[in-house]
Design a binder for this molecule. Sequence first.
Ligand SMILES: [Zn+2]
Length: 120
Amino acid sequence: MWNEEESSFTDLPTESDIDSAIASCPERVPCVPCGLKAQQEVIAQMRPLPGGGFSQFGQNYHTLDFVYVKPSPPDSRYKIAQIAKIEAMKTPALVTVVYFGRYDDICKKSPSPGVVSDEV
Ligand SMILES: [Zn+2]
């Protein structure tokens, strides 16, 4: 199933997904949507990894990894970046990235070589 908001394909929950969602349900009344929402909130939390890096949405990230950075509206194109620095123990955690851009785009915007850092 295509998820417009996340720009990704989403699998429909399997029988075991539904069982674990019900097990995670914060309410005493078993409810699949509430259980799935509770699970999403847990995996959305940024957790520091032993030896550096962090984990979020079931994915591990380390310094020098390449990532897509979700744009903020109205820009709809994902940006390619490399993780330069991770401060996972800070609250909120801070990730510094170096954006990669098309040579022409960067040279038009800035007279100096374009290195921009931002939070994820
Ligand atoms: Zn519910």
